[in-house]
Design a protein around this ligand. Structure first.
Ligand SMILES: Cc1cc2nc3c(=O)[nH]c(=O)nc-3n(C[C@H](O)[C@H](O)[C@H](O)COP(=O)(O)OP(=O)(O)OC[C@H]3O[C@@H](n4cnc5c(N)ncnc54)[C@H](O)[C@@H]3O)c2cc1C
Ligand code: SF4
Length: 506
């Protein structure tokens, strides 16, 4: 039976045999753990949105012929890619945090085209296997986590050069039925809330790294997997009872380390095995999708702008010119992120496999903006909020019969606004800029889908300086030397921008 809504999804996570450590102890049932539950609620929202707004959050799949959750859909046209971004912004607005499913969606889509091209070259069967897997998960309506980032040890060394070979996930054994992998993946978003984990290499590989060129699907509760839960700033507030101090008590993100100890992947779930020369294609296509998926943060930005405008209103300064200007600045930064991401999706093109891939340059510009602008938006939110955002007493003090009335009297703002509303919105700003969801709004914006330098490298690769120099020289009437005439940098960027014909075809 497929999972039909958020409530059924939450039930589907119960009674699994997951080995999760949190605070040095094994977790009995993650679904009921007060620190874990908000992250499960955020994923559940992706199911409910598919019912509430099916146009936005689901799509007709030509693989199965049924309507599927958009997070499981292979993009069949430009419209599908654009709608991923729209859905991500909406979910960011609804949850104010990371809803954890985009890594899986972007992994499925990048694997779809990469497996096709591996098969085309090597006559392998990966694409068919992947399609069978996608059909199964679409029919059952499951959550897929994407495990790419290895723990990496010495960053200046390749996987096979590390002193400990397990610092990148690799094949340690194989038999006629499949392969066995060992290693660890760091920062795994939503892994405990997933039904399946897609394991992928983290970087470009060379011949000597062949055993690290492994892609496969494993059930989240496979034998040999251990999860160690990542803690977040202020995370224990959700364990104190009450909902005020958490700021956003219902939703949070989730990251954990996944340790694979001789975990079995059967042949039918292996989608790359030793084709090291295709690792960079997979990683680059994945990061291309994923870097514009970060428009999710504009949904969070909308919430933070709304919180800032609310506190200004509660404080009686909503008509002050510098406050208005700061809200305009926050909006400008937020929309600049969205503009690059959605433009990247609109510039999608058809891959050899038939699915659609967004534009890489604009995706990198989007993500690079994400590494910076949320910090500035957060700074402006704290400016507008005032110092109380970090000096406010606890919910228990508000409930205490001695201190509660004093706090209510002395922390009131504009006439007619209950003190509690003021406190709640300040806690939300704290949550998003310093607390649990600052993980999702700030540091995930910095490092998720690659640290800032990774985007600068991709931008540098595609900036076509020789082409641009020629444009300038031509207008300045500077004759070209023979050598200059011969250099023409390769990049699809301008070809695609000017290729009206291709866009019409879609
Ligand atoms: C909240 C969060 C969620 C995430 N979710 C996922 C997920 O679901 N799945 C997943 O697979 N990954 C996930 N990631 C991982 C993310 O892709 C990595 O954090 C990112 O690629 C950076 O890797 P790192 O954290 O190991 O940092 P490091 O590699 O340690 O980087 C630290 C700094 O060193 C620099 N550096 C590193 N290596 C080199 C080098 N060789 N040369 C020059 N400079 C270098 C970097 O540019 C950076 O400035 C997530 C990360 C975060 C923070
Ligand atoms: S950080 Fe954004 S893009 Fe990544 S999984 Fe979370 S919500 Fe999706």
């Amino acid at each position: 039976m497929p999972i039909n809504n958020g409530a059924e999804y939450i039930e589907s996570l119960r009674n699994r045999n997951l080995k999760i450590y949190l605070f040095g102890e094994l977790v009995k049932e993650p679904v009921d753990h007060p620190m874990i539950r908000p992250s499960i609620n955020a994923v559940a929202k992706t199911y409910d949105l598919a019912n509430e707004d099916s146009e936005l959050a689901s799509a007709e799949s030509s693989l199965t012929g049924i309507r599927v959750n958009r997070f499981l859909h292979i993009a069949e046209n430009t419209h599908d890619v654009v709608n991923q971004n729209r859905m991500q912004r909406k979910l960011g607005q609804l949850t104010g945090t990371c809803f954890q499913r985009c890594v899986g969606m972007d992994a499925l889509n990048s694997l779809y085209s990469t497996t096709f091209e591996i098969d085309e070259k090597n006559n392998t069967q990966y694409h068919k296997r992947l399609k069978d897997f996608i059909k199964q998960i679409q029919q059952e309506n499951l959550v897929i986590g994407g495990a790419m980032t290895d723990v990496k040890g010495d960053r200046s060394l390749s996987p096979s050069q590390q002193e400990d070979p397990d610092l990148f996930v690799h094949i340690v054994n194989r038999d006629e039925k499949g392969v066995y992998i060992t290693g660890a993946k760091a920062h795994q978003t939503g892994c405990i809330n997933s039904h399946w984990i897609l394991v992928m290499p983290t970087m470009r590989l060379r011949k000597e790294d062949k055993d690290y060129a492994i892609v496969g699907a494993v059930p989240a509760d496979a034998t040999g997997i251990t999860y160690i839960y990542g803690r977040q700033s202020c995370d224990t507030r959700s364990m104190e009872g009450g909902d005020l101090d958490a700021g956003n008590a219902k939703y949070s993100g989730q990251e954990a380390m996944i340790i694979f100890d001789n975990v079995f992947i059967p042949n039918e779930l292996i989608f790359m095995d030793g084709e090291y020369e295709f690792a960079s294609m997979l990683v680059e296509r994945f990061t291309c999708y994923h870097r514009r998926s970060y428009v999710c943060k504009t949904g969070l930005g909308d919430v933070l702008i709304g919180a800032s405008a609310s506190i200004a209103d509660y404080n009686g300064v909503s008509n002050v010119s510098h406050i208005k200007d700061k809200l305009v600045e926050m909006t400008h930064l937020n929309e600049t992120i969205f503009a690059a991401g959605i433009a990247s999706s609109y510039q999608s093109y058809k891959t050899k496999s038939g699915n659609f891939q967004n534009d890489d340059m604009l995706a990198n510009v989007c993500k690079h903006n994400v590494t910076r602008f949320p910090y500035e938006i957060g700074r402006l939110a704290q400016d507008i909020a005032g110092g109380l955002v970090v000096t406010m007493p606890s919910e228990k003090d508000f409930k205490n019969p001695n201190t509660g009335p004093l706090l209510k009297k002395y922390l009131q703002g504009r006439k007619g606004v209950p003190t509690e509303n003021r406190v709640r919105v300040l806690r939300l700003i704290e949550n998003m800029t310093l607390g649990r969801n600052a993980v999702g709004y700030l540091t995930e914006s910095m490092h998720g889908a690659g640290s800032p330098q990774a985007q600068r490298i991709q931008i540098a690769r595609q900036m076509q300086l020789e082409y641009k120099k020629k444009l300038a020289r031509k207008l300045a009437n500077i004759p070209e030397t023979e050598a200059e005439e011969l250099t023409r940098e390769q990049s699809d960027y301008f070809d695609r921008i000017f290729s009206i014909k291709d866009n019409k075809k879609q």
